[in-house]
Design a protein around this ligand. Structure first.
Ligand code: SF4
Ligand code: FES
Length: 385
């Protein structure tokens, strides 16, 4: 596919959000990281001036919110400058951090530059659990200290709990922690199986019984904590009845800029063979959004096949996730197998049940240079029923 294509027939609205992956460097090594297995090295990262240009272009294009993410975005020494520019451009700024690399003083500096919100990831609720996943001893204490600093500074913050087989039974404690630490919101996000999460799927997949219990806790918490804590949640696609509206539709709401300047419709889009992702050093964001073949590829509903094509839900979930269809079926135009109307849905569910009840394999931790390991673990396409 070439980098440019005619403007698609349906009117294209401007994007709302920009996910700015400032770096793939990270002090943690979480085995479910959604970054690609082939991480961008420091020498290939965009420089400050280019990020500033990206932010200005995004605001001009109509973007309202920027999520400053990574890896660990605080490893960028120019984070303060980037935040200040985003704020000056009129963007709502959300810092997505592990808290390792941001102490209270730095958070105060970022707040003084206008940072609006901070999202802190909690790998678990005990030091032992956090270290087992992130491999950064002492990280839980730093997360708690940063959460307390956010409250002192008057910065709203979200506790992001990434859930899986090894910590899902502690969901009540995640909720208590969010309340104790004054979080405005908690995101109970079961692992999504992309990037490193896909490599480690069999080690992370929860059992159906764990998920059932999670739903019960969630219902009770939604009743009891209404008005005190906003609760968002994500269940694993493998146990869903219908797929999530991934990215709110391909090329419809969000742009992702990778650390090396590639611009993608979602963080996992590189798994789709044949798409060429434009480079922000070479093409303006506006042109990428409105004219690139990569963003047009699965925009709207025209690309859909049955059962999506004639489905009444097609404007609600947009056929689910293109990357998941590519990874599990080898075909990005197929209905996401997370959908119960997909002929591959039962096989997906069976796979989850088998993996979740078997002996979990050892984690493949997120590290630079692990491509060979991923190859060995690549999975055969799902069969049809
Ligand atoms: Fe969504 Fe397609 Fe399933 Fe309909 S068939 S619910 S559009 S994924
Ligand atoms: Fe790429 Fe869902 S992650 S479309």
């Amino acid at each position: 596919m070439t980098a440019s294509a005619p403007v698609p027939p349906e009117p294209v609205e401007p994007p709302i959000g920009l996910l700015a992956e400032l770096t793939h460097r990270c002090p943690l090594q979480c085995p479910y990281c959604s970054n690609p297995v082939e991480l961008v090295r420091r020498g290939n990262e965009l420089d400050t001036a280019t990020w500033i240009s990206v932010l200005d272009q995004a605001a001009e294009l109509g973007v309202l919110q920027v999520h400053l993410s990574g890896g660990e975005p605080a490893l960028r020494e120019d984070l303060e400058e980037i935040v200040a520019r985003a704020v000056a451009a009129g963007l709502y700024t959300n810092l997505v951090t592990s808290a390792v690399g941001v102490d209270a003083d730095r958070l105060a500096r970022l707040r003084d530059r206008g940072l609006h919100h901070v999202q802190i990831s909690f790998q678990d609720v005990t030091e032992e659990g956090v270290t087992r996943i992130g491999r950064a001893p002492g990280a839980l204490a730093r997360k708690i200290a940063l959460a307390e600093a956010a409250v002192r500074l008057g910065l709203p913050w979200t506790l992001n709990a990434v859930l899986h087989r090894h910590n899902l039974d502690r969901v009540e404690r995640f909720l208590e922690l969010a309340l104790e630490l004054g979080a405005h919101r908690i995101e109970l996000a079961n692992v999504q199986y992309y990037g490193w999460g896909f490599v480690n799927r069999a080690a992370l997949m929860p059992t159906p019984a764990q998920l059932e219990r999670f739903r019960t806790v969630l219902e009770r918490a939604a009743r009891e904590l209404a008005g005190r804590l906003a609760i968002d949640y994500v269940i694993p696609d493998y146990y869903a009845r219908y797929p999530k509206p991934c990215m709110n539709g391909w090329g419809r709401a969000v742009m992702v800029v990778a650390p090396d300047g590639r611009v993608l419709p979602c963080h996992a889009a590189h798994v789709i063979e044949g798409l060429e992702f434009p480079q922000v050093r070479a093409m303006p964001l506006r042109e990428i959004w409105y004219r690139s073949a990569a963003f047009a590829a699965f925009r709207g509903t025209g690309w859909m096949r049955e059962p999506c094509r004639s489905c009444p839900r097609r404007e609600e979930d947009f056929g689910g996730c293109r990357c998941q269809a590519a990874m599990l079926l080898g075909d990005p135009t197929a209905t996401d197998p997370a959908c119960s109307l997909s002929p591959h849905h039962a096989a997906m569910r069976r796979l989850a049940e088998v993996e979740s009840t078997g002996e979990p394999p050892a984690f493949v931790y997120r590290r630079f240079g692990t491509r060979a390991t991923m190859r060995r673990r690549e999975l055969a396409p799902l069969p049809a029923d």
